[in-house]
Design a protein around this ligand. Structure first.
Ligand SMILES: *[C@@H]1O[C@H](CO)[C@@H](O)[C@H](O)[C@H]1NC(C)=O
Length: 257
């Protein structure tokens, strides 16, 4: 196989050119750190993701998370929230959350960027608060919300970048709430001549929606979280029935150029 290719290549480009090709360093390659197959089955899910939040099973809302409300099959992740009848009065739902075992960390040397993307059928009614977001592994911020649907404003998707709790860039656009999957993507990159801040581009269905400058994000490890939180920032009361959030084709890519 190699001999055949070699003779073809030397014949077509000549020996000198072929020697150059052999001697030049390998082109830097982007690395897929989470493949789109991670939702093919429970075992592939558990290879790439952990259940719940990095800090536990609740976060700023009325849902308590557990693996019982997470399923992965045929390339689709389904998070399901159901009303709870707990004695804990702050918990009104049981729901599901996962976070990636691979973290995002744009350090400017090993990685000059990261791309995080996926396709979603997201609930947007009052009291439903699904999100696809990056959160500081240590301290807070950074936080970059690559997609946040807050049911207090239905049919809207939010792209947010936090410098501090009060200094936040937000872009809110209409979510095509048509029952079909729609794609979101965040691209974090270093900024030439700036060793502290990152640029973050947010896309909906392949169209750039916003570019934010994220203060001090270089070298900060981030957890990628997919959650179906309820109530909290999305208003209350939430739905009385079952809520589902469907996700597919999630991919995390480390960019080296
Ligand atoms: C966040 O900080 C960066 C870097 O200083 C700045 O360019 C950007 O405008 C800030 N964002 C907001 C919302 O103020």
């Amino acid at each position: 196989m190699f001999k055949v290719q070699l003779s073809t290549v030397t014949a077509s480009i000549g020996l000198a050119a072929f020697a150059t090709l052999l001697l030049s360093p390998p082109a830097s390659a982007d690395t897929i750190t989470i493949p789109t197959s991670s939702f093919d089955s429970t075992s592939s899910l558990e290879q790439y993701w952990n259940y719940n939040y990095p800090w536990g099973d609740t976060h700023n809302g009325a849902a308590r998370m557990s693996s019982d409300h997470v399923s992965a099959s045929g390339g689709v992740l389904t998070l399901t929230a159901v009303p709870a009848s707990d004695s804990d009065s702050d918990i009104h739902y049981h729901s599901g959350t996962i976070y990636a075992k691979e973290q995002v960390n744009v350090d400017g040397t090993d990685a000059v960027g990261y791309q995080v993307e996926g396709e979603f059928i997201a609930p947007t009614t009052k009291g439903t608060w699904p999100a696809f977001w990056l959160n500081a592994a240590s301290g807070w911020p950074p936080e970059s919300d690559i997609a946040e649907w807050k049911g207090e404003r239905t049919d809207q998707i939010w792209f947010n970048t936090f410098n501090t709790s009060s200094q936040v860039a937000s872009k809110v656009v209409t979510w095509p709430d048509d029952g079909n999957y729609h794609a979101v993507k965040g691209v974090l990159r270093t900024i030439p001549g700036n060793s502290a801040d990152l640029s973050i581009e947010y896309y909906l269905d392949g169209t750039l929606q916003a570019t934010h400058t994220a203060a001090g994000y270089v070298g900060k490890a981030l957890n990628l979280i997919i959650d179906l939180q309820m109530e909290g920032s999305s208003g209350s009361p939430g739905p009385t029935g079952t809520t589902t959030f469907k996700i597919r084709n999630v991919q995390m890519t480390k960019l080296t150029s």
